[in-house]
Ligand binder design. Sequence first.
Ligand SMILES: [Cu+2]
Length: 304
Amino acid sequence: MKMSTLSSLLVLMSVVSMVAIAPNAFAMHHEVTITNAPGSATPGCEETNNCFIPSVATIEAGGTVTWENTDNAAHTATSGSATDGPDGVFDSSLMMVDGSFSHTFDTAGTYDYFCMVHPWMSGTVIVEAAGAADAAADAAAADAAAADAAAADAAAAVAALEAEQAAKEAAAAAMERPSIDAATYINASGASVTSITANADDDSVIIVIDAEDDGELSVQLHSKVIKAFDDGSYFVLIDNEEVEFEQNGNKLTIPYEAGNERVEIVGSYAVPEFGTIAMIILAVAIVSIIAITAKTRMTLIPKL
Ligand SMILES: [Cu+2]
């Protein structure tokens, strides 16, 4: 390719990029930043209506409000109210410390919002009709911002979906990996058993089954894994509902129905082992969903 062709291409490209960037410049005049009051994670700030600073923010239509979490706890800015719940206009989702969230308001009106974590935290955004002179520029800017925001939301949604998928896989892996101890000492037959784990937190043994038809699960418990209550009994939950079963010493016969998944046998004591680890993996997975979402939003939503 000739040098002259190259340079005219370069010029063309810079013109295109300037045109693309230009509308955003108009939006610079319509920007408000709201911060989370330090300590607002504890009730009290609502007494002076000071949980979000400022608690009432005013912008022109087409303007962008950015919430910056300068507090030392995670917060959300969610449109709606604590009494009526979110109304769907905007939602920052959980903003970690130093996280931020922006929303562009195209339509004049009064927008109430609150923090889903700390429902006493509430604020209001008042959007005034844009000045006539700025209207055209604002519309262009708003369009550009909306397109950017849509792109950012789509990217964030993809990242969140991916994180959720990863979490599900981690949780599934945790559920499917049978606890060596529990599976060694407890024998379950009569159903397709996916996993047997002891859960020290609830003093229970959890047996995950894959039940295509009704049937009876026969379980031989072992006192090394779970101990009965003082009167020698256990109780059994299937998918979190208590069910009738037959007991003969440590041998339980538990009827189940097609589609049942989670059989939980509760006693007075269960050894701490794999169940606890599964919970930790799940907790880490949930935390990483939030972290990735928050980070993606921060990175992808342009500061207008
Ligand atoms: Cu909060």
